[in-house]
Design a binder for this molecule. Structure first.
Ligand SMILES: *[C@@H]1O[C@H](CO)[C@@H](O)[C@H](O)[C@H]1NC(C)=O
Length: 534
């Protein structure tokens, strides 16, 4: 996550405390009243001249002291203390003059602006307000909505996880609610639910403690309508659930699926749908109990994919849309990702039909997903655990499936085996990108977009290598995206949308973010061989 520092140089005049900068009109008035007390015009002219010289001298003195200290703050603020009030406007002009001169002189060796003040993350209140006002939040609606309606509140949903993990669980819970004919009760994307607004993550940066789901998504999974003729009740938020379900029946997930139970996703779905069919109209899953669809299910292809044929055709998936905030970020950066000679209608201008039509592949675009940062260690750990690719990255028929290291490989050999596919270096990345373009599914590729959490220096080096050695028409990365303050904290979703629309993807098989992209692409029916892995 990136904080946006406000540099001292970009501060405008209006950024100064108003007490130090009285409005010009009141200055003139003050000067006028003083003049009568000072006697005749001549005396006052002399007085002013002397004052001016004094002020100039003092100003230059202050200034030289300050430049010796090598520290530049606001000159105006410094000198306001000892200047007669009446001369503030003159003072401001001088100060500006001197500052301008200093700037001209020192243009070539300006110190980088110090991050002075950090902008706090946004709280997305307008999205929460929008959710509160959803039309289904109306107790007078008839069954299965309203005060006699049927609800399912998975209070045990995952918290404090990356967006990829949260999204996959949310979609599955939404599918369970759909299958049982109940309204899903949804929460925020929650990092911390201790009531705080901001949470500190890696290295002290702040993120919002929660973000309403509607800042990421639209569609039936987050309260949108089902298509006509489908009588599934629409999803609601927790506040409304509390109103219509003051005393819900609480079910612990362990009752249905004991810890370590090897059941598949379909089997768990069956048990829950069955249980819900003869439970109270208001059901809450005990907050402290295990997730219904946990990381173990999402990690194992044999237990996950049996649910795919039905799940992928459900309205939860076919009607899944990105939020306007996310789509707008895509539209804003469209030309950066894939320069085009013709005008392409922005996503946000098109009515929604289906996910597969809206998020069709963009011919020419290759997307690379490179997990860096914590993955340097994580990749080595994976080798220790003997992990394979995650479930969504293991659809049968995908090229580049995971192959375990040979049985007799030493620890070091096994590590290298994992790192090659989990943490590829620049040469390998350039080579694979070139190879992708030669493959049948990669015909016509011309632009590369690098999706990454890597460090700036490394990303720039990779971009350079791709440009120089790869001969790509256009190369851009996550670091180049133009995002507003609200988009910055949902940037993973923006990347997902870009990856979903790539002509070809080369992703990290161990990453749940790549997994979600592959899953969305599979739901849209892209050719199998357009999904590749390192
Ligand atoms: C979701 O976040 C909003 C603030 O953005 C908060 O008012 C609301 O209580 C949160 N919902 C839950 C269920 O915690």
């Amino acid at each position: 996550m990136v904080m946006v520092p406000i540099s001292p140089r970009t501060r405008s005049h209006s950024g100064y405390a108003p007490a130090l900068l009285p409005a010009p009109a009141s200055d003139a008035h003050a000067l006028g009243t003083r003049r009568t007390r000072w006697g005749n015009r001549r005396t006052s002219r002399v007085t002013i001249a002397v004052l001016i010289s004094l002020v100039c001298a003092a100003l230059l003195y202050t200034f030289s002291l300050r430049s010796q200290e090598g520290e530049r703050g606001s000159l105006k603020e410094e000198i306001s203390d000892w200047l007669p009030d009446g001369l503030t406007s003159l003072k401001n002009d001088w100060a500006e003059e001197v500052e301008k001169e200093y700037e001209q002189k020192h243009e070539n060796h300006k110190a980088p602006p110090k991050p002075e003040q950090k902008l706090l993350p946004p709280l997305y209140q307008r999205f929460h307000t929008y959710e509160l006002e959803l039309p289904q939040h109306d107790p007078s609606l008839s069954y299965p909505e309203g005060r006699t309606g049927k609800y399912f509140w998975p209070a045990n949903h995952v918290r404090g996880s990356g967006w990829g993990n949260v999204m996959q669980e949310h979609l599955m819970n939404a599918y369970l609610a759909y299958r049982s004919g109940r309204a899903l009760v949804f929460d925020n994307y929650t990092w911390e639910d201790d009531g705080s607004d901001y949470s500190e993550v890696y290295g002290g940066s702040l993120i919002p403690s929660r973000i309403p789901f509607s800042a990421f998504l639209q569609g039936p999974a987050v309260g949108g309508s089902f298509s006509e003729g489908d009588h599934t009740p629409r999803a609601v938020i927790k506040e409304y659930f509390d109103e219509v379900c003051p005393r819900p029946q609480i079910i612990a997930s362990e009752e249905l699926v004991p810890l370590g139970d090897p059941s598949s996703a379909t089997e768990r779905m069956r048990r829950w749908v069955d249980k819900l069919s003869h439970s109270d109209r208001c059901v809450e899953v005990r907050k402290s109990s295990y997730q219904i669809f946990d990381i173990w299910i999402f990690g194992q292809v044999d237990r996950l994919l049996d649910i795919w044929p039905a799940f992928s055709k459900s309205p939860i998936m076919t009607q899944l849309q990105w939020s306007a905030l996310v789509e707008l970020a895509f539209d804003t950066n469209r030309e950066l990702l894939l320069p085009s000679p013709t005008v392409i209608p922005p996503l946000t201008s098109l009515p929604f039909t289906s996910a597969s039509e809206r998020y069709s592949q963009l011919p020419g675009l290759l997307v690379l997903h490179l997990r860096r940062g914590d993955f340097e260690e994580h990749c080595v750990k994976l080798s220790g655990w003997g992990s394979g690719f995650t479930g969504w990255n293991s659809f049968p028929g995908l090229p580049d499936p995971w192959v375990f290291p040979p049985e007799d490989a030493s620890t070091d050999e096994a590590r290298r085996w994992y790192v090659l596919r989990c943490y590829p270096d620049i040469d390998e990345i350039v080579r694979r990108a070139a190879e992708a373009r030669q493959s049948p599914a990669g015909r016509g590729l011309k632009a590369v977009y690098v999706m990454t959490n890597g460090e700036e220096g490394w990303v720039r080096e990779l971009e350079r290598a791709l440009r120089e050695k790869g001969g790509w028409e256009s190369v851009a990365s996550t670091k180049d995206l133009v995002l507003n303050h609200e988009q910055l904290y949902v940037a993973q979703a923006v990347d997902m949308l870009i990856g979903q629309r790539a002509q070809m993807l080369i992703g990290n098989g161990f990453s749940s973010l790549t997994g979600m992209i592959v899953m969305l692409r599979m739901a849209n029916g892209v050719p199998l061989d357009s999904n590749r892995f390192w």
